[in-house]
Design a protein around this ligand. Sequence first.
Ligand code: C6P
Length: 406
Amino acid sequence: MKVEEIRKDFPIFQQQVNGHPLVYLDNAATTQRPRQVVEAVMRFYQDANANVHRSVHTMSYRATELYEGARKKIASFINASSWREIVWVRGATEGLNLLAYSLGLYHLREGDEIVLTVMEHHSNMVPWQRIAQLKNLRIVYAGVTPEGRLDIEDLKAKISSRTRLISVIHASNVLGVVNPVGEIAQLARDAGAIFIVDAAQSAPHMPIDVEAMGCDFLVASGHKMLGPTGIGFLYGRRERLEAMEPFQSGGDMIEHVTLEGATWNELPWKFEAGTPNIAGAIGLGAAVDYINNVGLTDMLEHEKELRRYAVERIRELGGVDIYTPDGDDVLGIVSFNIHGIHPHDVAGYLDQCGIEVRSGHHCTQPLMECLRIENAVRASFYLYNTKEEVDRLVEALARVKKLFRV
Ligand code: C6P
């Protein structure tokens, strides 16, 4: 991959932070945007701005074409069988809330069980907990193995005749491990359960094929894959979406309204109430074009190589706990702690060196509890990162160890 060429598309890397060239290693939180994405959003506002679906004028047709065109790009990006299976949402969080409420309120009954894992992001835990309270459902959690992988045997043991739904993180935002979703899809089918995949951390980094995976639903966030904030997508198998009630209600999601009630629009608009994030969807379409041009397979190899290199060099420092397991099933994420230094102090020092990483619980407090920690430092890589940047990270870590005398 021509990383130096790629970096030229990202104006943000031309700046200095705290007197140093910016090293951006917080890509699991949000990625940077190439100028192609920024320009697509700008072009929409400058040349084609209007509301979608509502008006018969030329500008509205133009906006609608761009907006719906972006949806088709997402459908092909994840190999959905139809663009009608792609619902625009604000991000993975809204996608999971949509599912928790639309499925939970109408399709789950008292005593039904939901299987999650302890490595879920809070977004795939808290909405289910709230629905479980409302509807008297039971949530059971599959654990992680000591080396930091999903305990698949435990997951199998947690599936029972009462299991109605299984929802699983595809790639952990802390451990970087990719879960065997194909195998879990088969377990869900055997149990007659709905299967949901949280692809917030996988869709930006590895090819996704929802047909081959066999999931019923999948969610992802645009801002973690070079796209704008406030836009993401929910994939849903057509017959599942057809059978579901809407989440939010208002304009555009209806077919006909009387004073007594309403009927619903066709898919996918049944789930898109109100004026959507038109510019965001168009920007995400441009982001997908950019990723396709570079090639996800090459990106994945590059990011895994950076992770391998970073783990090796961080390990050499000594006095470090690394939570990310080794293996080819691990994406470009390294989570660690330096003995005797609080992760926020590490991240604060790195920031002084122009190096941006995340520290904290990463919205995975139950996973942190399993790891017997409260917080960790996390470096997460993307296509524009380099080995030289990893070197700068490791050199700064060595300095912070000296500074704290550990
Ligand atoms: N993780 C991180 O730093 P939103 O905020 O809706 O775009 O994505 C939520 C979400 C859902 N699932 C997973 C696996 C995630 O990693 C995230 C977001 C960020 O790890 C922010 S907490």
